[in-house]
Write a protein that binds this ligand. Structure first.
Ligand SMILES: [Zn+2]
Ligand SMILES: [Zn+2]
Length: 292
């Protein structure tokens, strides 16, 4: 696709610091292949789960961005800290970018639409523009519910500190090999899996709902992202904490939210039920969390 120039964001300057770290992490990920051990693999997989599933999918996305359920504050903050371990920016920046994506999906102002190029939607948008480091003005506009929360403000600014603490811990326990696996390789794999939600699930897959965007349900991306790949369902019903709507649409993040509910850590869960569509139409939509 050679239409990248249509997006004004693609004309913005390069984020050299971001590019530097993305390159370094990819080199670290390759280095990890020379320090394989089953323990290192297991540690990487475990961190990938709580950073990617509990942190990004459940914390940043279904809870903070869309408010599909409620948790005690300490649970919300814990999930946010797990989210920072994925190194996808701080919670205020991430939530702002994602709410902008829902407000302008596959239109001119979408931060990462494949209509501006497949490469752009996967990684190009991270190398340019301000999506990874939203301005105070943008965050205030798109995160009115979080912008004055001190914990989230500090975490947003210093989101890279928890991963450094984790790296120090891994080094102490398992040496440099465990750092290569648990930090570098795990982060790079997690990045590409998350980025597939922005690229692949707006290009390839099936559509249950006739949404105005190009969103798709993609089983492969869902398998790689703990259920975030049922993206057409999600764009049709953004607030729903449940993305997989059929028995074959496996949604681990949803199962985990139900488990949180069972132990009393999640309540007021909103889950879209295809059988009760009529009832849904009567519910008043929230302009921020329901932006579609
Ligand atoms: Zn999308
Ligand atoms: Zn969303």
């Amino acid at each position: 696709m050679g239409t990248a120039t249509l997006n004004p964001a693609s004309e913005r300057s390069l984020n050299l610091t971001t590019i530097f770290f993305v390159v370094v992490f990819h080199i670290g990920a390759i280095a990890a292949l020379f320090t394989f051990s089953w323990l290192n693999l297991g540690v990487a997989a475990f961190i990938w789960w709580f950073a990617g599933s509990l942190g990004i999918g459940i914390g940043y996305h279904r809870l903070l961005t869309h408010r599909g359920f409620k948790t005690p504050k300490w649970v919300e903050y814990t999930l946010s800290v797990f989210g920072t371990l994925a190194l996808q920016s701080g919670p205020l920046s991430w939530v702002s970018t994602h709410r902008i994506h829902h407000a302008f999906t596959d239109q001119e102002n979408d931060p990462h639409s494949p209509r501006h190029g497949t490469y752009w939607s996967h990684i190009g948008w991270i190398f340019r523009g301000t999506s990874q480091n939203q301005t105070e003005e943008t965050m205030r506009r798109y995160c009115p519910d979080m912008i004055d929360d001190k914990f989230h403000r500090v975490l947003n600014r210093f989101y890279w500190i928890p991963v450094i603490a984790l790296a120090v811990g891994l080094f102490a326990v398992g040496g440099i090999g465990m750092v290569f696996w648990g930090i570098f390789l795990r982060t790079v794999v997690g990045w590409h899996f998350t980025w597939l939600v922005n690229s692949a699930t707006h290009l390839w897959g099936s559509r249950r709902f006739e949404t105005r965007d190009d969103s798709r349900n993609n089983g492969l991306v869902a398998a790689l992202t703990w259920g975030e790949g049922w993206h057409n369902n999600h764009h049709a019903h953004p607030r729903s904490a449940k993305h997989g709507l059929a028995w074959y649409e496996f949604d681990i993040n949803w199962i985990e939210i139900r488990l949180l509910e069972m132990v009393g850590l999640a309540k007021d869960i909103y889950a879209f039920d295809p059988k009760k569509q009529e009832e849904r139409k009567q519910v008043k939509l929230d302009p921020v969390t329901d932006a579609a």
